[in-house]
Design a protein around this ligand. Structure first.
Ligand SMILES: O=P(O)(O)OC[C@H]1O[C@H](O)[C@H](O)[C@@H](O)[C@@H]1O
Length: 280
């Protein structure tokens, strides 16, 4: 299985925009607009399929974090599974690639931890300035199952002290740095001057990441209820073997997902969620 983890698909758009997606975890590991890399991948990221890639856009499914009842590694199995390449598509101005992950592709330990029949279809689509990542979850069981899912996007920035995230004001967030306290966001713009790890619930569809007062990325989510803002800062950065001690200066994670509550999906039903990110 490891040999496929090195396989990647390079999407090229006529405008020159590019995206690279690895079969391992269906992880987008590069997104270039105007010849500039817009995603952060750690220089120490492990790319041999032995653990989830530290950067790009890992797909988090069927759990977010860990769960005392569901014995899966943190953030579930999707980001460290070998997905199947389904095909490439050019439709109007979009160049896209599709991957799938089915329950019978999982390791036995994963299937027994989350014993449901399912199929995931994941599309990565490129236009000149946008990257769209859409996940479709199909419940192929008779019975309802529930899951949490999130697109763990690492945005490339040049200086975390100049970053502001707008579109989150007046929302309630769970602050993982304050023992999961519920806090109302009173700032128009969220800035980062220390470890930040927050799950904002019921977030409007559009959030913007600014740097030095300039809007750099726009994130428009569909079907996803929540948005996580994460920066590990100094101590957590030192504690991650696959993340450089100083790299927290150059990334911010703004992660669209449905993670505050479980998504319930009836037998035979499908669920769709995703994001369109724009390089501004
Ligand atoms: O190290 P990982 O399993 O990739 O998790 C990295 C981070 O993911 C999310 O952002 C969570 O909110 C954080 O609590 C976690 O530290």
């Amino acid at each position: 299985a490891h040999e496929t983890s090195h396989k990647s698909i390079l999407l090229k758009h006529p405008s020159g925009a590019e995206a690279e997606v690895r079969l391992f975890g269906a992880t987008v590991t590069s997104w270039k607009v105007d010849n500039t890399e817009r995603l952060f991948v750690s220089k120490d990221a492990i790319l041999d399929g032995s653990k989830a890639i530290r950067g790009g856009i890992p797909v988090v499914f069927p759990i977010f974090g860990t769960d005392e009842k569901i014995k899966l590694p943190q953030h579930g199995f999707a980001r460290n599974s070998d997905w199947e390449y389904v095909g490439l598509l050019t439709d109007n101005d979009e160049v896209s690639v599709r991957f799938s992950l089915k329950d019978n592709q999982l390791k036995q330990s994963q299937r027994s931890a989350w014993p449901h029949s399912f199929r995931l279809n994941y599309t990565v689509a490129l236009t000149e300035k946008t990257l769209r990542t859409t996940l479709v979850v199909k419940n192929e069981d008779e019975d309802t199952f529930e899951f949490k899912t999130l697109l763990h996007t690492y945005f490339q920035i040049s200086d975390i002290s100049k970053v502001a995230v707008s579109g989150l004001s007046n929302l309630t967030y769970i602050d993982k740095v304050q023992n999961a306290a519920k806090v109302v966001e009173e700032n128009q713009k969220v800035t980062i001057a220390g470890e930040v790890d927050r799950v904002y619930a019921n977030v409007p569809e559009e959030v913007t990441i600014e740097e030095d007062g300039q809007a750099k990325y726009r994130i428009v989510k569909t079907g996803m209820k929540d948005t996580v803002v994460w920066n590990p800062w100094i101590d957590k950065a030192k504690g991650m073997g696959d993340f450089g001690d100083e790299e927290y200066h150059n990334m911010v994670c703004v992660e669209v997902g449905s993670v505050a509550d479980w998504v319930k999906l009836g037998g035979g039903q499908t669920w769709t969620g995703g994001q369109v990110i724009t390089a501004l």
